[in-house]
Design a binder for this molecule. Sequence first.
Ligand code: SF4
Length: 358
Amino acid sequence: MMHRCGMLPDDYRALDLDEPAGRKLLAAAVQRYQPDLAGVRGLRREILERVAGRTRAEPLRIDRRDEAGDGFVKYLFELHDGAKIEAVRIPVPCEAAGVDASAYQGKEKKYVVCVSSQAGCALACAFCATGALGFERNLSADEIVGQVLAVREEADRPVRGIVFMGMGEPFLNYDAVVKAARILSHPSGGSIDGRAITISTAGVVPAIRRYTREGHKFRLAVSLTHAVPDKRAALMPIERVHASADLVAAIHDHARARRQRVLVEYVLLGDVNDSPADARALAELFDATLVKIDLIDVNGSTGGFHRASREARSAFLDVLGSARIPFAIRYSGGQDVAAGCGQLAGGKSGLVRLSSRA
Ligand code: SF4
């Protein structure tokens, strides 16, 4: 039985309903987050009974919320089969002490939600708590949309953006992820600007190629984390399946096709990938007009890594600056409740194993 939070208007054709009726039902399920159909206007009772009998709409069950000192909130959800996943509510502007939020002065305060696309993850990146759990299962589109709706329901600001950077590799659950993004950006659904939805992949090249061909409006981010293939393979085993050379070509082609820079994520690991030579290798890998580098400090203890020193980081940034490759340092919040990048573990932080350093 399909869940209405995972249905686009066209899906209601399976119930012999037309597109306008589908839009009304999408608005009830996602825009107004009504689990029952009582408030749906303009559809006959017989139709509503048919929809109620052949679909479902129960909300996701929130198991726990943990609020960090910087305003990030980590949500733990328990799914119908007992699988546990996490999402993070990210305040914009950031409320952490000492963070310069002057660029946001006078602008609307809002939230971005970081969602999970899988329970666990098969890709086993060495610095990631989710990867240490292994793969459990793909999430359905409604389970992805449901994370956003549950967070939005109790938010004191509007949710204006989504990042697919939680648990799992989105492009190994391609159809559900793209469908969830379409529902969340649909004017009768989540009404979130498609350009404010970012899908982040560890580098599943055939899926990137498909994504480019299909011409989606959502932004693409790719996690690289080392520019030298052998060293990247030790950190991100996906390198052995989809080599950096193919990945870089796919990134460049996507940026040209979309006329938009691809975000290249680079987790800075102290004494592992933070030397000036590493920065030069990174800058030389890309056409500086087609990408923007997103630098993220490593979080948590998974893999036994530590953060780059201030001096190393500064020298790294100098090299990128000299190469005129645009970059930003991403604030990764919620550290005190393990809500930062690479820290989501479905509430199983006690089970995260420490793998050897790359
Ligand atoms: S970083 Fe992403 S792709 Fe890598 S193991 Fe973690 S969840 Fe999976």
